[in-house]
Write a protein that binds this ligand. Structure first.
Ligand code: NDP
Ligand code: PMR
Length: 356
């Protein structure tokens, strides 16, 4: 793309009246009023399916944001964007494989070379391997669930923090998707195996099964637990970002549980019986789920709210929604809000991804 083309694409000025009507924070603050009236730019990881795609659609169809779909399967993402009807001028697919630190660094380079400012980053992608008997590993030798869901996102968000800092957008945000199943203060979080990071001895050893356990707490491999542990890491990381950088940068850091979406690709590796029973179980028993399309669209709108709604701009919050779809600041479990563990997790993760 030439500079001129890029300038044209980036400098799209959303219709003033529309901006004023939907984002009161912009009109209320004079200092902010002087700021951005350009199109916002948001990176969403794992936007090729499920929640990420629904969020890309919710944000991309507004015309006020350009969505960078950061995906490992370029063609799948391109087809997905078309299938949900995101206007082509409102999105770009860029390659990102979170299971490779080299790919994360390359993605950041490619994004920077695009010349776009960065206003919001959504760490959404995840893998869940509940039936795996043996661990599998990322390119750098980390157990895949924690390596992808936590360490890949940790490096990505640490590197892109500088880009977010430079944004003049009134709503600059970094969102890391969490989950109820990582929170042991809930019924869902008490279904075994429960999340537990222990003293991080496995993580400190590199999660590589060579001279240490592939599990963060140093225990036996369990794919379902590894996923839940990774979600605890996501929620702790968000809070540590908040403590370290919110005041200095004005960036809002947040996490959320977007609701149960019982038929996304997340469950592709689960046993067939689970995939058959989980949707009706969630629909009739927990009542946390309606239908695939509705649940996905609703969850996408919720995540989109956390990205751009001025009312959800508070930093350090784990958002949830009640049965009437109103957002509220939810309580995290003891472990998922342990500041000392968050600090240690940050330091160990920095070493593993080569930042310290
Ligand atoms: P999906 O499997 O539909 O989406 C996951 C996305 O992550 C896919 O786009 C997938 O890419 C991508 N991904 C996986 N591995 C990598 C990788 N190495 N590099 C880049 N992208 C990758 O699941 P959901 O939409 O359900 O999950 C999205 C988020 O929502 C996750 O963080 C999950 O923890 C969270 N969540 C989901 C809930 C649910 O009920 N479904 C409940 C609570 C939280 P590809 O398309 O190529 O496979
Ligand atoms: Mg569940 C209100 C209760 C509730 C909610 C909101 C969820 C969400 N789950 C609830 C309860 C229960 N689950 C109960 C009582 C059981 C035992 C029968 C149960 C079982 C269960 C299994 C086996 N639940 C699961 C699994 C999975 O494999 C899913 C998982 O843990 O993925 C990590 C899962 C989930 N339950 C949820 C949600 C949102 C999930 C999956 C998504 C996630 O956390 O990312």
């Amino acid at each position: 793309m030439t500079e001129a083309e890029l300038a044209k694409r980036v400098a799209v000025v959303p219709i003033r009246a529309q901006t004023a009507a939907t984002t009161p924070a912009i009109t209320q603050s004079t200092s902010r009023q002087k700021k951005t009236l350009r199109k916002g730019n948001v990176i969403i990881t794992g936007a090729s399916s499920g929640l990420g795609l629904a969020t890309a659609k919710a944000i991309g169809e507004s015309g006020e944001w350009h969505v960078i779909m950061a995906c490992r399967d370029f063609l799948k993402a391109e087809k997905a964007a078309k299938s949900v009807g995101i206007p082509k001028e409102n999105y770009t697919v860029m390659h990102l494989d979170l299971a490779s630190l080299e790919s994360v660094r390359q993605f950041v380079d490619t994004f920077r070379r695009s010349g776009r400012p960065l206003d919001a980053l959504v760490c959404n992608a995840a893998v869940y391997l509940p039936t795996a008997k043996e661990p599998i590993f990322t390119a750098d030798g980390f157990e895949l669930s924690v390596g992808t869901n936590h360490l890949g996102h940790f490096l990505l968000s640490r590197l892109l923090l500088d880009d977010l800092k430079q944004s003049d957008h009134p709503q600059k945000r970094l969102i890391i998707v969490g989950s109820i199943t990582g929170n042991t203060n809930t019924l869902a979080g008490n279904v075994p195996p429960k999340a537990n990071l222990g003293d991080l001895r496995g993580l400190s050893g590199g999660l590589n099964s060579l001279n240490c356990s592939p599990m963060i707490d140093g225990g036996q491999f369990d794919g379902a637990k590894a996923y839940k542990d990774s979600k605890v890491c996501n929620m702790l990381t968000m809070q540590e970002f908040h403590r370290r950088f919110h005041e200095e940068t004005g960036i809002a850091f947040a996490s959320l549980y977007p609701s149960c979406i019982a038929e996304t690709g997340l469950f592709r590796n689960h046993i067939p019986l689970f995939r058959a029973l989980f949707p009706p179980f969630q629909k009739y028993i927990t009542k946390g789920y309606v239908s695939e399309a509705e649940a996905e669209a609703e969850a996408g709108k919720r995540l989109a709210q956390v990205v751009r709604d001025p009312n959800l701009g508070k930093s350090g919050v784990y958002w949830s929604w009640n049965s009437t779809s109103s957002s509220f600041e939810n309580q995290l479990s003891k472990e998922a809000s342990d500041a000392e563990k968050a600090r240690k997790l940050w330091e160990v993760s920095e070493k593993l991804v080569g930042l310290a």
